[in-house]
Design a protein around this ligand. Structure first.
Ligand code: FUB
Length: 370
């Protein structure tokens, strides 16, 4: 089914025409472009602000952390497995994770090889989607979503004594976990929280009653949007220390963002960072392709929508992390430059991010001339 792509940023008309107008809805709720056009448009007109960090394999969804005064990146490892597109996103058929490190930004990127393979996760069957990592108790924790034997997304945890792995997975997924895109945030008091969730292919809409319902049920457009989730982590970091809660994202009047507010409502790719005592909850708006952010005064929210961190990138998905390193703030993100725009074959990138004096974040255009 052809579907027009409502790109509201000001990419050049040529890029818009070539890259996006032929977008086809694929089953996962992701959209696929016409590869040939994308490849030639990419070569001729894409004027990206940053280069792919890794060029020999496809990488996406970069979660960056500073451990031992280095940057460590925990991305998805995109592969072409030949699985046709379907409504479940089955073609995002990732099988393992690699960890990368950088001594400086910019700087050389080291690939530390396979850190965890789906075949070594007892409960998981397929689709190793966007991961994250944390460090506590002299242990590194890798958090990752994957489908279980019933094809339900759960969130797993694996441990290592090194930031680069190899990681050993727990026998079972985290109790009470579901959906995708876990991110684990350490507050300044040392408490860790996991944020997670993603709609459409990420299955969050199947959990609105608290238990799994295999039917996709979405709120009406004039009803509050589905909320991302949060839970404080146990001190052993292997499970939740409390019942999972909704993360409320509200507008400037304190009203929840509505399901029909596609430019602003949560879709997937949660991330949390703290800057000058303010909590910044950022996320992808999915089918409108922004990385948006909302701020609050505590880790549970509510968070008030503030604007856009990153405008749409080449490809369908937009997914990021925000990290401070040696006094500067960076946005790690991805696009599909290397594959000429293929939705499921992406490459990670990094650029500097600016917090303005009024507490807002300067919106980043991933391509010059927008
Ligand atoms: O990489 C697979 C999925 O695509 C991620 O989990 C989403 O955030 C989107 O980037």
């Amino acid at each position: 089914m052809l579907r027009s792509f409502c790109l509201t940023s000001s990419l050049t008309a040529l890029i818009v025409a070539l890259l996006f107008s032929a977008c086809q809805r694929n089953g996962s709720g992701k959209q696929e472009g016409t590869t040939d056009s994308l490849a030639s448009a990419n070569e001729d007109t894409l004027n990206a602000i940053s280069e792919p960090l890794v060029t020999d394999i496809y990488t996406a969804d970069p979660s960056a952390h500073v451990f031992e005064d280095k940057i460590y990146i925990y991305p998805s490892h995109d592969v072409e497995s030949g699985i046709p597109q379907d409504d479940l996103g089955s073609h995002f058929d990732m099988k393992d994770y690699h960890v990368f490190s950088m001594d400086s930004i910019p700087g050389e990127v080291t690939d530390h090889g396979v850190a965890l393979d789906v075949k070594d996760v007892p409960w998981a069957s397929r689709q190793m989607w966007a991961p994250d990592a944390a460090f506590k108790n002299d242990t590194y924790y890798l958090y990752f979503p994957a489908k279980d034997q019933e094809d339900i997304f759960r969130i797993g945890v694996a441990t290592s004594n090194s930031p680069t792995g190899p990681f050993e997975a727990e026998e079972q997924p985290i109790e009470g976990s579901y959906s995708i895109d876990p991110t684990v945030f350490e507050d300044t008091d040392g408490t860790f929280y996991m944020y997670f969730g993603g709609i459409w292919g990420g299955q969050l809409q199947r959990w609105s009653t608290g238990t799994y319902n295999p039917n996709d049920e979405y709120p009406e457009d004039d009803q509050p949007a589905l909320s991302p989730k949060v839970a404080r982590m146990r001190s052993d970091m292997l499970g939740f220390d409390e019942a999972v809660k909704d993360v409320q994202i509200v507008d400037e009047n304190g009203n929840p963002l509505l399901a029909g507010d596609n430019d602003r409502r949560f879709f997937e790719a949660a991330w949390m960072h703290k800057y000058q005592d303010t909590y910044y909850f950022s996320y992808s708006t999915g089918d409108t392709h922004y990385i948006a952010y909302a701020t609050g005064d505590n880790p549970y929210g509510p968070f008030t929508y503030r604007g856009v961190v990153l405008n749409p990138v080449l490809g369908w998905t937009n997914h990021h992390s925000i990290v401070e390193f040696r006094g500067k703030w960076y946005l790690f993100y991805h696009d599909s430059e290397l594959s000429g725009g293929q939705t499921h074959l992406r490459n990670i990138k990094v650029t500097e991010l600016t917090h303005k004096a009024d507490g807002t974040i300067e919106t980043i255009d991933p391509y010059r001339g927008q």
